[in-house]
Ligand binder design. Structure first.
Ligand code: FNR
Length: 188
């Protein structure tokens, strides 16, 4: 089965290295029988529970896009050893209003890139803790900490380092297997 995967990109920067990683993953995805589509977070208002009773249009569209996806990939930068506020804000919206958590039961996988050698590891741990609370079954292994070096991913999304390309494709295949397992368990 080809799965449709919604992708949250944690950076709002137009020349984000995490957005660049998204282009690489989207290009590799068909070889793992996945179709990747961004679920944009940039136009979401700041979460405020006063808005829960009349959700802004951007929020409704955001939640519907997650719910329509077979699985979700979260690509996170690391900001001050955690996830960016914009991504936390998006996850807070995904979780609300109470009783309509869009991520409940939705298979998820986390990945991220930074220039630093530990490649978003600390931010990803924070993200896993949030996803766990939101009852989203996460891909545990392989973990994916990608260190960006100049030229790693071309403007067209091609990964220039053979072993990194192979690693990313295998990671995407693991996302597919994970989505399969969650779907099977749900049907049982
Ligand atoms: C950073 N950066 C960073 N990198 C890291 O590895 N660990 C960290 O804790 C931080 N902290 C941090 C805080 C803030 C506010 C900024 C703006 C940046 C550097 C970060 O990895 C780098 O800017 C990446 O390019 C951010 O990802 P995007 O936006 O390019 O996808």
């Amino acid at each position: 089965t080809t799965y449709n995967v919604g992708v949250l990109i944690g950076s709002l920067s137009k020349d984000s290295i995490n957005r660049r990683l998204f282009t690489a993953l989207a290009r590799l995805a068909p070889s793992a029988d996945l179709r990747l589509a961004e679920v944009p977070i940039r136009d979401l208002p700041m979460y405020n529970r006063d808005l829960d009773s009349a959700l802004p249009e951007e929020v409704t569209a955001f939640k519907a896009a997650i719910e329509a996806s077979d699985a979700v990939i979260l690509i996170t930068p690391e900001y001050n050893r955690s996830i960016p506020g914009a991504l936390k804000n998006a996850l807070d919206w995904a979780s609300r209003p109470w009783g309509s958590n869009s991520l409940a039961g939705k298979p998820s996988a986390v990945i991220g890139t930074s220039i630093g050698a530990i490649g978003t590891a600390v931010a990803q741990q924070h993200l896993r803790s949030i996803l766990s609370f939101l009852n989203s079954p996460e891909l545990s292994q392989p973990e994916a900490y990608i260190q960006t070096v100049p030229g790693l991913i071309t403007d067209e999304g091609e990964v220039t380092n053979e072993s990194t390309a192979e690693f990313l494709l295998n990671w995407l295949k693991a996302v597919h297997t994970h989505a399969d397992k969650v779907a099977l368990a749900a049907a049982a």
